[in-house]
Write a protein that binds this ligand. Structure first.
Ligand code: ATP
Ligand code: MG
Length: 370
């Protein structure tokens, strides 16, 4: 059983809290992505699993075993770093075999595992080359291969694609996903790139400022972000936020901001409360806006197009609504021009509301209030 379990794990460097009270269970065979902005504690969390950082407080388990004090080499993990750090003077074959030789694995075993890894990663033709004779993508595959030959219970990967160009990243992303489908080994994968997280993760753990914000499958994070941070971090382009004031009450309550009036959907009434005058943050995703006619269960937002970015099948519109600069993604067939006056429509079921102080979601979108 290669589960990885953080129980109230904290890591401090002097006064700096790098990871704050992390509670997270990574399931056996799961591809878990840790994602969040720079400095939020992702690498530190990974290095604690690897045994490269001491744990200040809490308990870390791999399977049923508490590993707080277990040496890295006894943890049955393999780590792939951002810099692949291959041995330049060794061939690909020797790079792959090196860790196994150190561990005194029998020769025939080594040969078998190296050949298997090379086949999985399509490196068979390069086994006798040196790293400098390989492309960046091939080198990254060798780095992955070095982890695979170890046959670990858990793979730890820290931004393994960040040295690759955009095209190769997409390709290698798919390769790692395929690799996981074949090997079915537990993977903990760290990235600051939410697209990578969304495309690769079976579940995603979003971190910010040393704290775990939310864990869930990609669609859960996209549809039901628990707070404004997750809402703004997951999804591209980022969710629009507008500070509004609740006006009126009951069925006629609206959310008002300069140049904008949104009917308050019934599902939010309980959590917003009867207070007319309460401030709430309205959130809606650029791709949920469209150019169209107002209708029932739709908010109509009068907007002026500012900048239009043509993307082929879609247009990314920077619009001004009241005083706010917002983003909409609409079909390129609309052929919007800068300066055009538009009516953007938003299905009310796509509206999110957040408390301005706590940032917490008020009644998760589409769900009944908790
Ligand atoms: N050895 C250290 N001594 C002191 N502070 C550290 C040390 N290592 C990390 N930190 C701090 O801990 C916090 C978390 O760092 P960490 O490397 O885990 O971030 P990260 O999420 O991996 O960021 P990035 O996306 O930039 O790699 C940061 O504030 C960092 O400055
Ligand atoms: Mg890092």
């Amino acid at each position: 059983m290669a589960t990885v379990t953080f129980e109230h794990v904290t890591k401090k460097y002097g006064d700096v809290i790098a990871v704050d009270d992390l509670d997270l269970e990574i399931r056996d065979g799961e591809f878990m992505v840790l994602v969040g902005p720079s400095g939020c504690g992702k690498t530190t969390s990974l290095r604690m699993i690897a045994g490269l950082e001491e744990i200040t407080e809490g308990t870390l388990r791999i399977g049923d075993r508490v590993v707080n004090d277990v040496a890295p080499k006894d943890r049955d993990i393999a780590m792939v770093f951002q810099s692949y750090a291959l041995y330049p003077h060794m061939t690909v074959r020797d790079n792959l075999a090196f860790g196994l030789k150190l561990r005194k694995v029998p020769k025939d075993q080594i040969e078998k595992r190296v050949n298997q890894a090379a086949a999985i990663l399509d490196l068979g033709a390069y086994l006798d080359r040196k790293p400098k004779e390989l492309s960046g993508g091939q080198r990254q595959r060798v780095a992955l291969g070095r982890a695979i030959v170890r046959e670990p219970a858990v793979f730890l990967m820290d931004e393994p694609l960040s040295n690759l160009d955009a095209k190769l990243r997409v390709q290698t992303r798919a390769e790692i996903a395929r690799l996981h489908q074949r090997l079915k080994t537990t993977v903990v994968y760290v990235t600051h790139d939410q697209v990578e997280a969304m495309t690769m993760g079976q579940r995603i753990a979003v971190m910010s400022q040393a704290k775990l914000q939310q864990v869930g499958v990609p669609q859960e994070l996209y549809d039901h972000p628990i707070n404004q941070f997750v809402a703004g971090f997951i999804g591209s382009p980022a969710m629009n936020f507008v500070e509004t004031t609740v006006t009126g009450s009951g069925e006629t309550a609206t959310l008002e901001a300069p140049g904008l009036s949104i009917p308050l959907p019934a599902r939010f009434r309980a959590s917003v409360g009867p207070t007319s005058g309460r401030r709430v943050i309205a959130g809606f995703r650029p791709e949920h806006l469209d150019i169209g006619e107002p209708g029932p269960n739709v908010a109509a937002l009068p907007a002026r197009a500012d900048v239009v970015e043509y993307l082929g099948n879609e247009e990314l519109l920077h619009v001004v609504i009241g005083g706010a600069d917002l983003v909409a993604v609409v079909s390129a067939a609309h052929r919007v021009r800068p300066g055009d006056q538009l009516t953007l429509v938003l299905p009310l079921e796509k509206l999110h509301l957040f408390d301005p102080e706590s940032g917490l979601s008020l009644a998760r979108n589409g769900a009944s209030p908790a």
